[in-house]
Design a protein around this ligand. Structure first.
Ligand code: PLP
Length: 400
């Protein structure tokens, strides 16, 4: 009989954090590990944003704010949705929280009863199913293969819906595949959902601004306005503004749902840190120069990684259109044998082999519910990526 609650005992820790931790342990032992397992960019938060936080502190913005976030910040979020996505929300339909992750967690806590199902197209961020389970819900993982561009099809969606289905979770652009849904693809999914009024949509659009090759972006709620009364749009500052550590995210949706999120927040964290809210306000008011430069640099990195992968025997990948990950197909390596005589049977074996033999940390695809792949992040600088790809190439060429 454990002192710990069942919900904790049956939950899995973050797989990406586990790989990153293992890499850190090896680095502490003196090994030169290149960590490509993180969901984080190597850029610093832009200077004006840091300055805004310093000013806020010095000017006494060190007290509690409104639960939903300061009115000024929610106005900036309102303006962002209006000007960038064509979405109109009142201030009561907007909440700021300690990261997009907190909003997802609270959204499931606020809406799921035992047995309620959440449809999660995979490969997906490993936290989604865990958060659903922590809220007593049932994650229904819908595998979207490489041939479908790792995207959910309307047929697949329709076949998965039943009376217990409560949410469809759409991550666009997607982690880990880099897949980007077009407006017409979103509409086709939305048309299916119009037949099922019990199903709501969470649109996790945290990677919105990290897109390549001038691909356009449509927010789900803008593509399918008919469903806006049952869509929760989630976004945040972490990825586009290199602000992962500040812990600020925001969302907009129907007022009763936002009210429920505010209730949970008021009885847990109260609100996002007042200093981080000041930084977020500044970020939302910045011109997009930083993001444009970021995307230019990330495009270079992506192109380098994709070109390298395509030259390594046994590996292949699609060209990601968003986020900053390459989801590498390593199925041809399975069954091959290392110089030490070990057979690589699974993607976990491949990831472990790359960590131990190439000193490169990647996350196995099974962590995202798609075995036979691994994810590498190009959040690291080019020289590091070049070295990592060289090492991966040597390690793969050493297999027989
Ligand atoms: N959603 C997805 C798909 C992510 O990959 C991440 C971070 O890895 C988040 C949400 C969390 O973002 P935040 O830092 O705002 O909590």
């Amino acid at each position: 009989n454990s002192f710990l609650a069942r919900r904790v005992l049956t939950a899995n820790p973050s797989a990406t954090k586990a790989v990153t931790l293992k890499a850190k342990q090896l680095r502490d032992q003196g090994r030169d590990i290149i960590t490509l397992s993180q969901g984080e960019l190597d850029f610093d938060t832009p200077q004006p944003i840091r300055e805004a936080a310093r000013t806020a502190m010095d000017q006494g913005q060190t007290r509690y704010t409104e639960v939903a976030g300061s009115a000024e910040l929610r106005q900036a979020v309102q303006h962002k949705f209006q000007s960038e996505n064509g979405l109109n929300y009142s201030l009561d339909q907007i909440q700021v929280a300690s990261g997009a992750k907190q909003i997802l967690f609270n959204a499931f806590q606020a809406t799921l009863n035992e047995g309620d199902e959440v449809l999660i197209p995979t490969p997906s961020w490993p936290s989604y199913p865990e958060m659903v389970r922590l809220a007593s819900g049932e994650p229904r993982l819908l595998r979207c293969g490489e041939n479908a561009g790792f995207k959910l099809t309307p047929e697949q969606l329709r076949a998965a819906i039943n009376d217990n289905t409560k949410w469809l979770l759409l991550n666009n652009p997607a982690n880990p595949s880099g897949a980007l849904y077009t407006q017409s693809e979103l509409r086709a999914l939305g048309e299916v959902l119009q037949d099922y009024p019990q199903v709501w949509v969470i649109a996790d659009e945290i990677y919105e601004h990290l897109r390549y090759d001038d691909q356009p972006f449509t927010s789900f709620a803008a593509a399918v306005p008919e469903l806006s009364e049952r869509t929760l749009t989630i976004n945040g500052l972490s990825k586009a503004w290199a602000m992962t550590g500040w812990r600020v995210g925001y969302c907009a949706g129907p007022e009763p749902l936002i009210k429920a999120l505010n209730l949970l927040q008021s009885q847990s964290t109260s609100h996002a840190s007042s200093i981080s809210q000041a930084a977020a306000l500044s970020a939302l008011k910045q011109p997009h120069t930083f993001i444009t430069e970021c995307v230019t640099e990330l495009t270079r990195r992506r192109d380098l990684v994709v070109a390298s992968i395509q030259q390594i025997p046994g590996l292949s990948c699609r060209v990601p259109q968003g986020a900053f990950y390459v989801f590498v197909n390593c199925q041809s390596l399975l069954g091959q044998v290392t110089a030490a005589g070990q057979t690589l049977d699974t993607d976990q074996d491949v990831a472990l082999y790359l960590l131990e033999e190439a000193d490169v940390a990647v996350v196995p695809g099974s962590a995202f519910d798609l075995p036979g792949y691994f994810r590498l992040s190009y959040g690291n600088a080019l020289p590091q990526l070049e070295e990592a790809m060289r090492r991966i190439s040597v390690a793969c060429n050493n297999l027989v």
